[in-house]
Design a protein around this ligand. Structure first.
Ligand code: ADP
Ligand code: ZN
Length: 639
């Protein structure tokens, strides 16, 4: 018997659970958030922090990081330890985060540059009177003498309970969101000794992790690493032909009317693509750092508050976006590295329902990314690190085996083929590109020897295919022994081979400056070319496929995923509940999912409650929400 009590509650069916007194953390989880069990390592983290120890939490997007500091904040406040300070760079989201806590009946506030002087002063006053459980603050605010003075007095009075440092990778220059203000956060440790700290991030390669520990002086913190797997996300990487057409087809066939994010490299491309999608009848909005702050905020608010919006964005968009029902994340340009790719794709499917991570990838992506590193003003050592990171992403894009196995391996996790990525679902037919690769390489070699010059991809392919162009004539390249040796290959095939040679470093890029100031990229041999030329390294390429893998289409007015299994009566209730929720959300100026998630509404619709008791135990129905909305929910269900 004794042994059984050591098992977690969740391992017993409800009816068999031993009635142990619930821990304060569990009580908060049940009563405040309406959730029955902690997920993964949440419980261990929460208990560790409640006990006053430091923690570094690495958890993927959607893993449930917020509860890891919110539950300790509430429990420690109940114990009379005072306020938790949440450091976050997400100024534009603080209003909604605090709103979500209010909805759950938790006293919270934020301090950032969007508040007027009077509003800020009001928050400071409430802080001093012990009225606030969680205070969200931007790092630049935290570093001001005024704010530190405030913290000093709380600390002296024993009312500084906990520091939660969200998006902790911002402290690292290796992360893609480096914020210099985060560096100053080491002051917390020195100035407020004994106040526990919990740092959280979803970006977690070794380099970034080591940097976080060093910069935030978290050497003594316990490290909690969750699995980084996001099983409901289907990873797909397609060969890029015409990215716009491919994207339109992808959205129309599989995600019409659903919310998604499309990532592009440049602001110009964002604007163009948003316009194209809008013309095609989708509700698409642009987001990039060049837009006016007000426009950006408005577009972000619409994305969060309305249904079925496609956000076309640069990487400026997305950190901290907690919209649960983003059904797809598409990349029409390749990101810089796997961390970026994983972070961005991770914004899909936070609700645990099916979602797609789709990318179109081509030769130009390799060329552009390599060039951006070469041209950056960074030192050689830094560039080398960037190249290593890019190479890992290129290998993922070129892979013909399970994408997830490779992704997880990058984060240090071993796994087996997933069954939910393009390569697992329809294993690609591969062709042997070794011969084509050798022909391309020897052409590059001969051109260089004959002309003392190198040339770009188009010209090299023309020679191999034996095309009699003006340029070929001009340089006499039709006289080369390799002219036309690859005439049986299509341009697409050679392009694919060149892409892989570039991706694996068997061909290098060299920039040539013209007197006019223009420059262009030329191809050259590298140390890695030899092995391919000698046939020691095979070049395996996927057959180009134009049709997408297995369809999972839910078009038009079909019910959203959360309600997919409801009967007809319950469907009606679900639709009515959604309409009611939209009204409440508008009144409270909050996104609908902050009031109730779709999954909660679906559970209510299914249960068809007649009394308030019937609503108890529905996931997401905390005590405060039951009190505030229970009667209304019953009325809607009774309609
Ligand atoms: P992260 O910050 O790690 O990206 P969140 O904290 O936003 O993730 O959590 C993701 C989603 O999972 C949220 O909708 C949250 O309400 C939900 N969630 C987190 N923990 C639990 C739990 N123990 N039980 C049920 N739902 C949870
Ligand atoms: Zn797979």
């Amino acid at each position: 018997m004794e042994k059984r009590y050591q098992l977690s509650n969740s391992e017993f069916p409800l009816s068999l659970r031993p009635s142990l007194p619930a821990s304060p953390a569990h009580t908060v989880l049940n009563d405040v958030f309406g959730y029955e069990q902690f997920r993964g390592p949440q419980q261990a983290i929460v208990e560790h922090v409640i006990a006053g120890s430091d923690a570094l939490v690495l958890m993927p997007t959607g893993g449930g990081k917020s509860l890891c500091y919110q539950v300790p904040a509430i429990v420690r406040q109940q114990q009379g330890r005072g306020v938790t300070i949440v450091v976050s760079p997400l100024i534009a989201l603080m209003h909604d985060q605090v709103g979500a806590l209010h909805e759950a009946g938790v006293s919270a506030a934020f301090l950032n540059s969007t508040l007027s002087f009077d509003e800020a002063q009001d928050v400071e006053l409430r802080l001093q009177t012990g009225d606030i459980t969680l205070l969200y603050a931007a790092p630049e605010r935290l570093n001001t003498p005024r704010f530190l003075g405030l913290l000093d007095s709380l600390y002296q009075g024993g009312h500084l309970s906990l520091f939660a440092i969200d998006e902790a990778h911002c402290v690292s220059q290796w992360g893609h969101d480096f914020r210099p203000e985060y560096r100053a956060l080491s002051v917390l440790h020195e100035r407020y000794a004994g106040v526990p700290r919990i740092a959280l991030t979803a970006t977690a390669d070794d380099l970034t992790r080591a940097d976080i520990i060093e910069r935030l002086q978290l050497e003594d913190a316990r490290l909690f690493i969750s699995s980084f797997d996001r099983p409901n996300i289907r990873y797909r990487i397609e060969e890029k032909k015409d990215a716009t057409t491919q994207l339109l087809r992808f959205i129309e066939r599989e995600h019409a009317g659903e919310a998604g994010v499309v990532y592009c490299q440049s602001r110009k491309r964002v604007e163009e693509l948003a316009a194209t999608l809008s013309d095609a009848g989708h509700t698409a909005l642009p987001y990039h750092a060049g837009l006016d702050t007000k426009v950006r905020q408005k577009n972000q608010d619409r994305f969060l508050r309305e249904e079925g919006i496609v956000m076309v964005a640069t990487i400026a968009f997305g950190m901290g976006i907690d919209k649960p029902d983003v059904r797809f994340v598409a990349h029409v340009d390749m990101p810089k590295n796997i961390e970026g790719y994983y972070q961005e794709t991770g914004r899909a499917g936070r609700d645990g329902l099916n979602a797609d991570a789709w990318m179109a990838y081509g030769l130009n992506d390799v060329v552009n990314q390599r060039r951006m590193i070469d041209e950056s003003p960074a030192g050689e050592e830094f560039k080398q690190a960037l190249r290593g990171k890019l190479d890992a992403l290129l290998a993922l894009a070129e892979a013909t085996d399970c994408r997830r196995v490779r992704l997880l391996a990058y984060f240090g996790e071993a796994s087996t083929p997933c069954g939910n990525c393009d390569n697992c679902i329809s294993p690609p037919a591969v062709w042997d590109g070794t011969d084509a690769a050798r022909k391309l390489l020897s052409t590059i070699y001969r051109v260089q020897q004959a002309s003392g010059l190198t040339f770009g991809t188009g010209h090299i392919m023309d020679i191999v295919r034996g095309k009699d162009t003006e340029k070929v004539q001009q340089f006499g390249h039709d006289k080369l022994s390799t002219f036309g040796v690859g005439k049986d290959y299509s341009e697409a095939q050679l392009r694919g081979v060149l892409r892989q040679l570039l991706a694996t470093g068997a061909v290098g890029l060299h920039k040539v400056m013209l007197e006019s100031g223009h420059s262009f990229d030329t191809l050259g041999l590298t140390a890695g070319s030899r092995a391919v030329l000698k046939g020691e390294v095979p070049v395996q390429l996927r057959e180009s496929v134009s049709s997408p893998p297995a369809k999972r289409s839910r078009k038009g007015s079909a019910p959203p995923a959360a309600a997919a299994n409801l009967g007809p009566d319950a469907q009606v209730r679900f639709i009515n509940l959604k309409a009611w929720r939209a009204e409440v959300a508008r009144e409270h100026n909050l996104p609908a999912y902050v009031i109730f998630h779709d999954a909660t509404l679906a559970a209510i619709a299914e249960r068809n409650p007649a009394t308030l008791e019937d609503l108890q135990g529905i996931s997401g129905m905390g005590a405060k929400k039951l009190e505030a909305y229970g009667t209304e929910v019953l009325r809607i269900c009774g309609q």
